[in-house]
Design a protein around this ligand. Sequence first.
Ligand SMILES: Cc1cc2nc3c(=O)[nH]c(=O)nc-3n(C[C@H](O)[C@H](O)[C@H](O)COP(=O)(O)OP(=O)(O)OC[C@H]3O[C@@H](n4cnc5c(N)ncnc54)[C@H](O)[C@@H]3O)c2cc1C
Length: 381
Amino acid sequence: MPLTRLSEEEEIFRSTVRDFAEERVRPRVAEMERDAAQPPDLLSELFELGLMGIEIPEELGGAGASFFMSILAIEEISRVDPALAVPVDIQNTLMANLFMRWGNEEQRNQYLPRLARDTLGSYALSEANSGSDAFALQTRAVRDGKVYRLSGRKHWISNAQEAGLFVVFANADPEAGHRGITAFILERDMPGFVVGRKEDKLGVRASSTCELVLDEVEVPEANVLGEVGQGYKVAIETLNEGRIGIGAQMLGLAEGALEGALAYSGERKAFGQRIGDFQAVQHLLAECATDVETTRLHVYNAARVRDAGLPCVREGAMAKLVASRVAESVASRCVDVYGGVGVTKECLAEKYLRDAKVAQIYEGTTFMQLNTIAKILQRDG
Ligand SMILES: Cc1cc2nc3c(=O)[nH]c(=O)nc-3n(C[C@H](O)[C@H](O)[C@H](O)COP(=O)(O)OP(=O)(O)OC[C@H]3O[C@@H](n4cnc5c(N)ncnc54)[C@H](O)[C@@H]3O)c2cc1C
């Protein structure tokens, strides 16, 4: 069976998300890009359609589907708007995953239904001086009886402007180094917790990326996610799977860019013929299509490996590495197909190119993916 062949259920799901993306998202992409914001009603529609709790069990309000289905949803939304895919990606591949894997029964029962129903989540690990070197984080959690007091600043936190729930990584025992890092569940309205400045970015502009300021935020000990001192494991394991989601985002982006360029090549005329009749343009499009298919194989394989319960660190890192490079390169070549109009806001070609760049940075830079792959290569051959 070809790896990219979908089951009937997956096919139906894909076409439902595609219809939603075409009918409800596409008409609003320009507005979201102009305002650098995601309209609350569109985010609500994502919840109503069941796209924000795809893997969450049905008894907890989710769709009870597979990780692979989340990947299909991220791909299809990204095909039309890679920025709107950010909340879909974080909610499914990081937030739901965090609570399903590391939450105790009470936390699962309390938070998973909210994540599936109406509450956007944010994953807060990075700081101004700790991105790749994530475990050098400086946010501190000081125990005070039955609570922890969290102080520090987080940077680059996606969804922060719209989120109601945050998982914040802080060090509860700095002398223990990374073995002091602990994951805490925070509510937006906790005293001392402020969502700060929003970044003005090159791409995925409608997706909010903000600073978080924590000033002695009192967090009950019941809000520790996983064990105290195990936060580094919580972070690594969720990000390993999250990278497959970024792969899917970039796969969808490359597909969207290519579809646009292919259609344009059939309309635009030069030297008395369609530009798509020039072999140079045909070859450009053929190479892009081949790169997209290579990416699909990586991303789908990584997701299927994850669903089979097998280790997927290498597969996830490779999927993200390949997809983020292909997305930038396909989007850039597609701009070429449009000629001058390709660098204007008249078509989406330039937006796809700008949206692609960040995938080589977030959830681990390209060099960090190569470090991971190299380490596994040296260990396993
Ligand atoms: C739009 C956006 C959204 C984000 N969303 C989130 C979020 O929701 N939650 C969150 O916690 N974080 C988020 N991040 C942060 C993101 O994960 C970090 O930016 C990323 O990990 C890189 O860290 P840095 O920016 O500090 O760069 P640095 O770590 O300073 O890296 C700078 C350069 O040095 C290289 N480098 C560093 N260390 C090594 C090494 N050991 N080997 C080889 N090269 C190395 C890097 O590859 C890079 O080229 C987001 C970032 C962006 C831009």
